[in-house]
Design a protein around this ligand. Structure first.
Ligand code: ADP
Length: 247
């Protein structure tokens, strides 16, 4: 991708934990409206990579540029504010609140976190809640308590809680883990619809799911970039075959 359409540039990124390099001299770029999948064996450094992009883990060296901004060293809340949303594996929704309330408290400066539960919503806030609820397939469940949703619906709600913040880049850690085949299909459609307007970096193990969604795939191994390309390209790469099927 040329720099005009480039959203994220990771350069020579390294992080050491007690001398062990979990991510080792990694460089990669993400383009506008790209849906990138990161794969690799357990311990390859996938989660650590997302942790560094969102500011949860500080790199030992290297840089992470988002648009024109150097993210390295910024605190997490400032990275969120600049438009990078992160979803972890376990949903962090408020089970006792409704779907609409969960979405509303995620809107920055809607009313302040808890006040929003008690006061009337502005038309603008309502509009944003409804359009996101529609996108995450929960429009019929706005008044449903989040705790009673299915596992898949809870994952979608959490993605919705990121979408109301209108991020430019979404980082998702195994979004279909534990989902039914039908929910996986619906999640694939959801991610593709998000990618019409935003960039995504998704960690995923399920190769069928990867085939449905990925524009490009990055393969990590022992903290390093092993291969990158279309799904067909990386699956035909002897280095990838060696790592997945070798030994
Ligand atoms: P993946 O997500 O690809 O399974 P991780 O990024 O979770 O891999 O981990 C990469 C490696 O870094 C693993 O060997 C893991 O044990 C190690 N690691 C991750 N975080 C820490 C930490 N905070 N302290 C020490 N080691 C860590």
């Amino acid at each position: 991708a040329d720099t005009a359409t480039q959203v994220l540039a990771v350069e020579n990124l390294t992080v050491s934990f007690d001398g062990f390099k979990a991510v080792d001299d990694l460089s990669m770029q993400i383009a506008e409206k790209e849906l990138r999948v990161v794969i690799g064996p357990n311990g390859a450094g996938k989660t650590t990579l997302l942790d560094m992009i969102c500011g949860k883990t500080r790199p030992t060296s290297g840089s992470i540029r988002f648009r024109d901004i150097e993210l390295t060293g910024l605190p997490e809340f400032q990275i969120v504010r600049r438009g990078v949303g992160r979803k972890f594996q376990n949903p962090s929704i408020y089970e006792d609140l409704t779907v609409a309330e969960n979405l509303e408290i995620s809107i920055p400066q809607a009313h302040g976190i808890w006040a929003s539960v008690f006061f009337k919503r502005t038309a603008q806030v309502k509009e944003r809640i409804c359009s996101v609820a529609e996108q995450i397939m929960l429009a019929a469940h706005l008044k449903t308590k989040a705790g009673t949703l299915s596992h898949g619906q809870k994952q979608w709600l959490e993605i919705g809680m990121l979408l109301v913040q209108e991020p430019e880049l979404l980082l998702l850690d195994e979004p279909v883990a534990g989902m039914s085949p039908r929910e996986r299909e619906q999640t694939a459609e959801l991610l593709k619809s998000i990618a019409l307007g935003k960039s995504l970096v998704v960690i995923e193990h399920d190769m069928d799911f990867v085939k449905w969604i990925a524009n490009r795939v990055t393969v990590l191994h022992q903290g390093k970039l092993l291969s990158e390309g279309t799904i067909d390209e990386v699956q035909a790469d002897p280095r990838v075959i060696e790592v997945y099927l070798g030994h």
